[in-house]
Design a protein around this ligand. Sequence first.
Ligand SMILES: *Cc1c(COP(=O)(O)O)cnc(C)c1O
Length: 398
Amino acid sequence: MKELLAVQGGKPVRKNFLPYGQQWIGKDDIKAIVKTLKSEYLTTGPKISEFEEEIANYVGAKYAIVFSSGTAALHAACFAAEIKEEDEVITTPMTFVATANSILYQGGKPVFADIDRRTYNIDPKDINAKITKKTKAIIPVSFTGQPVDLEEIINSAKRNNILVIEDGSHSLGANYKDKKVGTIADMTVFSFHPVKNITTGEGGAVTTNSKVLYQKLLLFRTHGITRDKNLINNSQEPWYYEQLELGFNYRITDIQCAMGISQLRKIDWFINRRKKIANKYNEAFKDNELLSVPYQEDNCFSSWHLYIIQLNLNKLKVGRKEIFEALRAENIGVNVHYIPVYYHPYYNKIGYYKGICPNAEFIYDRIITLPLFPKMKNRDVRDVIESVIKVLEYFKKH
Ligand SMILES: *Cc1c(COP(=O)(O)O)cnc(C)c1O
């Protein structure tokens, strides 16, 4: 007799709900924040450039520019790439909407290229098929923290004279062929939302080796305004500043940057802990015919932002929805990353329909994200494993 599932009124594996992701805030982070609160500057003070220097050093880039969110950083990167009306930008549908939205903010047109069915990353072959004379940039996402095939993508970008902006919101600390992501693309965008690998509450950054792009990013962060005497026309009057472009207020506070500096000191430990948990999941599930564990390329080191299982629906009596609900009832905070961007009503309204990317749609129907964050206890990891096996075995076809 099989144990009754929680969704059917049985006893849940856990008493309390385990989220899929959560920040780790230590006493050191709190101390750093309080110290800044008591200092002279709350915003646009010394913590901004200190955090920028630390990020640049960490990824090995010449420049890092921090923003109020990852989305603001993406928008700024699209501005710096000079994406305008009529421009096409190739991106993946398997991402958070912000990636494609940042193209729309600039008046550009997102063109969705399909994903690879193994890595779930954008497929360089489909990028090549979708490059036209109007293509201005490519925005691949290093999905779940596994770097996208940057070399392939950069080679075709170079042949076509277009820029590559890596959305590295998942991949801070990841390696592509023994090199940290952050300098390989023309610009790399990071997010410091609480579920990401380090957090500032809200926040983001762009890293680049290009001085030209760096200056555009700086302008965009603060209304398009500069005080740089080399850039302004009226450099005679000492109070003078000029607005050269239409920018935004996308500044981040010193309070948040103090937190970011403190978080960055722990990043290697965070990623290590994520990897250990991922290995435990792999170990528990790798021979289970009811699901597939995340495929990993040999030449990459993932920063393990997400752990996604793929259900083998042929061997299950129910669909993803029933499995998802059953896991939630066991108090496991499973999630789905992501609903393909063009499924959203807004994208339908502007002319995108189902059917554009068959691989992304196939994968979307089968994926479930399991909880993964450094603060998880070994007990939590065991609860997730136990729940997944309990639910899948229950619904196994015979
Ligand atoms: C989190 C995320 C963003 C947006 O970052 P915010 O800091 O929340 O604005 C963009 N792209 C991807 C892939 C993300 O996961």
